[in-house]
Design a protein around this ligand. Structure first.
Ligand SMILES: Nc1ncnc2c1ncn2[C@@H]1O[C@H](COP(=O)(O)OP(=O)(O)OP(=O)(O)O)[C@@H](O)[C@H]1O
Length: 370
């Protein structure tokens, strides 16, 4: 293999399975794995048949991406397998995504995908192939701590994907490698060009891979036809202020697109009541939340470490600023009221740069005294 670059961190393994999506990140991950001297086997999961199941052409994990991954394997000289996962992906990710919206929640399918097809299944495949580890192109760092592997934010804050990986178990983390977590994206592209990889300038994947044009409502209606109904937009006292086109078009904290004019102050979506098919709106102050109940809590710090972690911060949306908080049983308690906390999103707790726990937001306790 030509190309003059340094390994960001040692990858001491004899055989590495690399999860390849056909993009520049996982291609460079494979190149780094090869450079470390290991035998590399690339695996690509075909997640859906583009243009068919969810009505989008040219999205990731489909035709062109599979050809790109195969071309990289061919150029660098390692084996590459494509495994059909369409029905598993559709069931565990796409349908769940639609059902979450219909339940009035705001889902994050990327986490479900990481937990389901990507990790659980790729793990089984990697073990079957006799690999010592599974490497992916995620931007997150795996740090060897005193009590085992730890997950830390990527050094490039704009690229950090730790929020989406909170559900990775400690056992999975032991087997995973993320060689890009310590690198800026520019270096990743430079390595790809130095190796003459066709994907060097391939654009980054945007948004949710099966909804690249942003039309998530279109996916919901395709997956669950006839399930979306118009209904009432009501204020905090239950008075109807207008009509909505279906609760799936709304998310907690949303202000735009409510189409209710003539109000003295701007109104925001405060809650979505799926049972009543209602969108409840109120002033910004009504978005203030003092705590949230979490489900599916995954702790990445041991019980022994927990007491000595120091102050924690929680991120309640992928783009949110981490806010001081603590975990009390299954309740995430904010030091000061937090805004725009939506059921269905993840709450991820950090001690400095380390991910120490995370869970799904189920319900919130209002801090509003209106
Ligand atoms: N269909 C797939 N098959 C195998 N691995 C995948 C697949 N999709 C994603 N991955 C793995 O998960 C990582 C993160 O995926 P994500 O979609 O967040 O990143 P990306 O920016 O699209 O990465 P890339 O540039 O490698 O496409 C990828 O780098 C790859 O290792």
């Amino acid at each position: 293999m030509s190309g003059n670059f340094q390994l960001p961190e040692p990858l001491s393994a004899r055989r590495i399975v690399v999860a390849m999506s056909g993009g520049v990140d996982s291609s460079v991950t494979a190149a780094l794995a090869l450079k470390s001297g290991a035998e590399v086997i690339g695996v690509t999961l075909r997640l859906y048949d583009h243009g068919e199941a969810v009505g989008r052409k040219g999205a990731c994990c489909a035709g062109q991406d599979i050809r790109d991954a195969a071309a990289v394997a061919d150029r660098l000289g390692f084996a590459h397998h494509v495994i059909d996962h369409e029905s598993a992906f559709r069931q565990s990710v796409v349908e769940q995504f639609a059902d979450e919206y219909l339940a009035g929640r705001t889902p994050i399918p990327c986490v479900r995908c990481n937990m389901g097809p990507k990790f659980t299944d790729l793990f089984a495949i990697a073990r079957d192939l006799g690999a010592d580890c599974l490497a992916t192109g995620h931007y997150v760092r795996r740090v060897e701590g005193a009590q085992g592997a730890e997950m830390h934010r990527a050094i490039d804050p704009a690229r950090d994907q730790s929020y989406f990986l909170f559900a990775t178990t400690r056992a999975q983390l032991e087997f995973l490698r993320f060689p890009l977590g310590g690198m800026p994206k520019a270096d990743v592209r430079a390595i790809a060009s130095s190796l003459g990889l066709g994907v060097a300038a391939k654009p980054d994947s945007q948004d949710i891979c099966f909804v690249p044009d942003g039309d998530y409502a279109g996916i919901v209606t395709k997956v669950r036809p006839g399930a979306v109904h118009e209904g009432a937009i009501v204020d905090l006292e239950g008075r109807e202020l207008g009509r909505h086109r279906g609760i799936i078009h709304y998310t907690v904290g949303q202000r735009r697109g409510l189409e209710i004019g003539g109000m003295a102050e701007p109104l925001y979506v405060v809650r979505i009541d799926a049972a009543k098919n209602e969108v409840i709106v109120g002033p910004r102050a009504a978005l203030a939340v003092s705590s949230a109940r979490l489900s599916g809590i995954n702790r990445l710090a041991t019980a022994e470490e927990w007491g000595a972690l120091g102050p924690l911060t929680a991120k309640v949306r992928s783009m949110a600023k981490p806010a001081p908080a603590r975990l009390d049983g299954d309740r995430l308690v904010f030091d000061t009221p937090e805004y725009g906390v939506s059921p269905g999103q993840a709450a991820v707790l950090y001690a400095d740069d380390r991910v120490v726990a995370g869970g799904w937001i189920e319900e919130t306790a209002s801090a509003f005294q209106g």
